[in-house]
Design a protein around this ligand. Structure first.
Ligand code: F6R
Length: 614
């Protein structure tokens, strides 16, 4: 949610910052802006819309300068227009600032500043912060860095900021609280700052992830200094990035989303690599090894997450309860954190998050930690905030997910949850050997079965044409297919803007059936398993009301074929693993329908990846 990037060094800052903004654009694309400092002057270019708009706007402008800060915005306070775009400058134009997060007490701060004669151009909370810094600097007669520190002590809310100041052209000041910020240490005494490592990896693999309430000062020829907000100096902990540059490119695909859908055979395999041995009948996750016993004997496990990750948690609930016989509650992180939940010291709270930065999930974890619970994380982004505040956790190893709609992260999360459930079940003895062996043997075959489904892409594209003009759609599934139905509906609505709902198939007759007519596509998961016959009855109920049925069935199924308008056959697998397969056709259907409707698949309207605000 909002991407920030900055550079200071010997090179021209503009192309580096611009390229960085393109890499971070998935975090927000309401506006973009870059401020450069050269010959004692700050040049500030900003434009509503995508980074490409800013690029053409700056085409013939003076973009010289070896220090610069840039921002791509997901609007929170104020419309997405040129004026509200970042960077924001102080009243006298001496300081420029970029910000990701929300200053919650900005209105009180603004009142004070207005009474002291400050004038504001924009409606943003960020402009208030830059004015506050200038105000403190002028009145307290302190350096910009000290003014930043003092200002942040007055701020309530979340921030990752980078500050550029006319009086020190060799310095950038950065700070974070709840919103992520990474410092890249260049090879020639240059520094890169960004919301995540994607704009940095091209230049260096040495990074420092800022902790909450840390302030970094990077100075040309002097290096990096780190302080906490109380002004105590800290030693930077330099880490090595494992990210590969190619993972950030489209690799010949038209969209990141399509590339990421097609990466799933590999990403699922990467996820269980080294964690599964079919020959010896072993499953283990190094990150949570020390917690296996505790998980096996837990009175209760609470999974907290948002969006797609919440759907993965629902699949996890089925797996943990059925295989490991541990009670699980799945909570929306945003609800959990505000309803005074009952948490005992014996509880284990597992957060699931692709980005590892989702504000609500992070806050839910902090709450659980403060009440004495053990907190674990399942994250994709290495070094993310959630992965750092948890007691332990497992990475999903899906590789960078750039498309805003989550695809490969979901299947990787479900894979980790499956491995965890199996490891706990093994520890607890809740699963007999034959069943355990059968499931792990099937799990190892999932990547090739996903590849097989992907081979039907042309057929799925063809059938999607018939539903591209729908205004509504229903997704139905039972058991562990219910979360997949929810996920299918979310994918369709977020990228094609078709209203879609997911339901447990049996719930249809308690209301949603009233919506069914010949215009309404109903996507049903009707694979072989415990509820197969029941789902077949649900399909008949839809057909009796002239609804259009697209059913995902197990290869060789003839019963549903005779009833549905379209069937998509997928390979057979153990029922516990079916979400890893049934979700793939839904991802493809959403993708193709969105493309046919002319939607921006990778950057759907109003959305952003990594929701770092509440
Ligand atoms: C949907 C989607 C979102 C995220 C949600 C949580 O395609 O991507 O619903 O799943 O914002 O994000 P993470 O997993 O980063 O916590």
């Amino acid at each position: 949610m909002c991407g920030i990037v900055a550079y200071i060094g010997q090179e021209q800052a503009f192309p580096i910052v611009l390229k960085g903004l393109k890499r971070l654009e998935y975090r927000g694309y309401d506006s973009a802006g870059i401020a450069l400092l050269e010959n004692g002057e700050i040049k500030n270019y900003k434009r509503q819309g995508k980074v490409a708009e800013l690029e053409s706007f700056t085409d013939n402008q003076d973009t010289e300068g070896t220090v610069g800060i840039g921002h791509t915005r997901w609007a929170t306070h104020g419309l997405p227009n040129d004026i509200n775009a970042h960077p924001h400058t102080s009243g006298n134009g001496d300081i420029a600032l970029i910000h990701n997060g929300i200053i919650e007490n900005y209105d009180i701060l603004k009142e004070g500043l207005l009474s002291r004669g400050h004038k504001f151009e924009s409606e943003t909370d960020t402009e208030v912060l830059v004015h506050l810094i200038q105000d403190i600097k002028d009145h307290e007669k302190v350096s910009t860095a000290e003014a930043v520190r003092l200002a942040l002590n007055n701020v309530i809310g979340a921030y990752a900021i980078v500050v550029l100041s006319k009086d020190n052209p060799d310095q950038l000041i950065a700070a974070r609280k709840s919103s992520p910020l990474v410092v890249g240490i260049g090879k020639k005494g240059d520094y890169y700052l960004a919301s995540d490592a994607t704009p940095i990896v091209e230049y260096t693999n040495e990074v420092v992830y800022l902790e909450d309430e840390e302030i970094a000062i990077v100075e040309r020829n002097k290096g990096l200094r780190l302080y906490n907000i109380q002004n105590q100096e800290k030693t930077p902990y330099i880490q090595e990035l494992e990210l590969q540059l190619e993972a950030l490119e489209k690799g010949g695909y038209e969209h990141f989303m399509l590339k990421e859908i097609h990466e799933q055979p590999h990403s699922i395999q990467d996820c269980f690599r080294g964690r599964l041995n079919v020959d010896t009948g072993w499953v283990g996750l190094g990150g949570i090894k020390d917690y296996e016993k505790q998980l096996a004997s837990a009175n209760r496990i609470i999974m907290v997450a948002c969006g797609t990750s919440w759907h993965a948690a629902l699949v996890g609930e089925y797996l943990f309860e059925d295989l490991a016989r541990v009670p699980v509650e799945v909570e929306y992180a945003s609800e959990f954190r505000y309803r005074n939940p009952i948490i005992d010291e014996g509880d284990i709270v597992i957060a699931i998050s692709q980005s590892g930065e989702t504000a609500d999930t992070l806050a839910a974890l902090e709450l659980a930690k403060s009440k004495g619970a053990t907190i674990l994380g399942i994250c994709n982004v290495v070094g993310s905030s959630i992965s750092r505040i948890t007691h332990a956790g497992s990475y999903t190893h899906a590789g960078p997910e750039i498309g805003v709609a989550s695809t490969k992260a979901f299947t990787a999360q479900v894979t980790v949850l499956t491995l965890m459930a199996l490891a706990i079940a093994r520890n607890k003895g809740s699963l007999n050997e034959a069943k355990f062996r059968r499931i792990i043997t099937e799990l190892e075959l999932i990547p090739e079965k996903v590849s097989k489904i992907l081979e039907s892409s042309d057929y799925i594209e063809e059938l999607s044409k018939e539903y591209k003009d729908a205004s509504n759609a229903l997704y139905l599934g039972r058991g562990n297919s219910f979360p997949v139905a929810l996920e299918g509906a979310l994918k369709l609505k977020e990228i094609s803007y078709i209203h879609a709902e997911g339901y447990p198939a049996a719930e249809m007759k308690h209301g949603p059936i009233a919506l069914i007519d010949e215009e309404m596509p109903v996507f049903v998961i009707a694979t072989k398993g415990t509820s197969y016959e029941k789902v077949v009855s649900n399909i008949q109920e839809v057909k009796a009301r002239k609804g259009k049925v697209v059913a995902i069935v197990t290869e060789g199924d003839t019963q549903v074929k005779g009833m549905a308008d379209h069937v998509i056959e997928i390979p057979n697998t153990d029922e516990h693993l079916s979400p890893l397969l049934t979700t793939i056709p839904f991802q493809l259907i959403s993708y193709y329908i969105a493309v046919m409707r002319g939607c921006n698949v990778d950057q759907p309207r109003n959305l952003a990846k990594s929701v770092t605000v509440e």
